[in-house]
Design a protein around this ligand. Structure first.
Ligand code: AMP
Ligand code: MN
Ligand code: MN
Length: 317
């Protein structure tokens, strides 16, 4: 039996299903989770989606009003994790995954640790929602406008608006098809990528002022503090996009963005052609994709900066 057929068999067998995704969820995380939620409802199931906090940018997506912050840990026959490379990234919500009778992982991270009983991971896909579209089509689920909007949100956010090298010809084929079934691609693009909240803009301004160029301009480095986020009244997700600023500057090979958080610092890294930033993040216990990766590290901003620069400089030499 193929992996996808086993996944469908488990869905058919399960009376209670929970859908989970990574902490600090981005558009691909929320979009993929809700595309599966809407699809399973259409299939006659009533799954729970548990996402403690997410950016209000994604509140327009169909199904957000049903998202739960918590639930009964013992309740689930089946847990499905989407867009998450490592059980650690499920954070406090790994308990729902660990306690479920059957666990499925659907993902697109090359660093996925295959932490499910069944794993369906395609690192060649630019978004987990694109993987989900393939799965739902295999299940003969009708891709309604609601499901299509969720899938497109994942594709647009994880490809930076179709511009990353991870984009495949299927990405455009799917998008063209989604357009043909009446999905307003430009409206979703504007909602999830173009419109910036004021705090997001203010944090960009602060990060740009602090941007440093190191190693002959091959490294762009910047950071924001907890105080910056308080001053700008930042909400969940308002730091999104800052790491992209550095990568887009001529001569930069690696962009590093450090954000002070409760547990230490959340690092985001992006690269252009030559450097595999997921290898660098793996050294510190994180992961991601070759050109977009992250890790949470202990220590002050200065300490984290020093550790990261040591590794990046070694690779650039
Ligand atoms: P970010 O910089 O947070 O947008 O993350 C870039 C990519 O790296 C995303 O695909 C994340 O899922 C992944 N990533 C971020 N932080 C971690 C981490 N601590 N462990 C594993 N993967 C991560
Ligand atoms: Mn994600
Ligand atoms: Mn993703």
């Amino acid at each position: 039996m193929s992996t996808l057929d086993s996944i469908l068999e488990e869905i058919n067998k399960a009376n209670s299903i929970v859908i989970l995704t990574h902490e600090n969820p981005d558009g691909d995380a929320v979009g993929t989770a809700l595309s599966l939620y809407n699809a399973l409802k259409q299939y006659g199931k009533s799954p729970d989606v548990i996402i403690p906090e997410y950016s209000k940018v994604f509140e327009f997506l169909p199904g957000t009003s049903e998202i739960k912050k918590e639930s009964d840990v013992e309740k689930y026959d089946l847990a499905i994790s989407v867009d998450c490379s490592d059980i650690k990234m499920l954070n406090g919500f790994s308990k729902y995954f660990e306690n479920a009778k059957m666990r499925i992982v659907i993902d697109h991270h090359s660093t996925n640790t295959m932490f499910g009983d069944i794993n369906f991971v395609n690192p060649d896909s630019p978004a987990c929602s694109q993987v989900m579209l393939v799965i739902l089509k295999h299940f003969d689920i009708e891709i309604t406008k609601e499901i299509g909007e969720c899938i497109l949100t994942g594709i647009i956010t994880d490809t930076g608006g179709f511009k990353y090298s991870s984009v495949t010809s299927e990405t455009f084929e799917f998008t063209s098809w989604l357009l043909s079934i009446g999905i307003n691609v430009s409206e979703i693009y504007r909602k999830v990528l173009q419109i910036k909240t004021r705090p997001n803009f203010e944090l960009h301004r602060i990060a740009m002022n602090r941007m440093e160029f190191l190693e002959d301009g091959k490294i762009a480095y910047t950071y924001i503090t907890k105080a910056d986020e308080e001053d700008t009244k930042a909400q969940n997700g308002d730091h999104e996009g800052i790491v992209e600023i550095g990568r887009d500057i001529e001569g930069v090979e690696v962009s590093i963005f450090v954000r002070e958080v409760e547990k230490g610092c959340k690092v985001s890294m992006r690269s252009n052609d030559d450097v595999n930033v997921s290898d660098i993040c793996l050294i510190f216990g994180g992961g991601g994709h070759p050109k977009a990766a992250g890790v949470t590290m202990q220590g002050t901003i200065e300490q984290v900066k020093e550790k990261l620069l040591y590794q990046v400089k070694a690779i650039l030499k």
